[in-house]
Write a protein that binds this ligand. Sequence first.
Ligand code: DHB
Ligand code: FE
Length: 281
Amino acid sequence: MAKIIGGITTSHIPAIGVAIDKGLEDTPYYRDLFAIYPPIRQWLNEEKPDIAVLFYNDHGLEMWLDKKPTFAIGCAPKYENADEGWGIKPIPPVTGETELSWHIVNHLIENDFDPTVCQDIKVDHGATVPMTLLWPNHSYQGIKVIPVAINCERHPMPKPSRSYAFGKAIGDAIRCWERDAKVVLLGTGGLSHQLDGPRAGILNGDFDNYCMDKLVSDPQELCKFSNVDLIEKGGAQMVELAMWLAMRGALGEGIPEERLRNYVSPISNTGVGVQLLIPEE
Ligand code: DHB
Ligand code: FE
């Protein structure tokens, strides 16, 4: 049977992709941020997951305001990307895992979630920046990836509790897939940030750390927030906590071990959290 071996949360700020391209990882501005990735990469090297289920949001590359699925799942053999105007160089495509994608889709529909099925889709910085961070020099050729997109751009967005439940259903689907495969979950985006409007630049380190604590010990507390609550506390793009909650839902109900954590703020106007969670056996 397939097994979920861990969950990783990470921001996906485009500027981080540019910093990697420019070799700025060991500069004073970025050093504390990048310090967390080598131990996470080491864990990935030791565990060697076969598949990554990557929760991200499409910021407009494929799904903009004119067509915005609430939940969407990649069912493609590969996923290309493109520069969205941030100046991040396109990276080599990631390979899909269509059999597990379809298994998840079928399981979700049987369990009252109705995702959009994407058989031909490009992925944006929400996916490419985490892949680049976790598999340096694009060394992800050995791992298959299933991108799962959650609407974080256009109201109405799924409630935090709904994203958690959606992730939980995906976790159940993975655990009943009759293949011997190790699966790692990636929850990307967040934490506090707002990119435009009068409150642009808002940060809330206390709330970010509260969310990281509760993500481990009591994610139901985070499910009590509405998206408006999250926006008030951490800015308009704090709603990207949706992907962290989906990852945590998929990880299972027991309290995971928090193996690693990092929090740096601000990086490019964003509170950047990173966690490595190991599910209860
Ligand atoms: C930025 C963009 C993002 O999608 C994000 O999650 C954080 C920051 C940015 O443009 O700075
Ligand atoms: Fe984002």
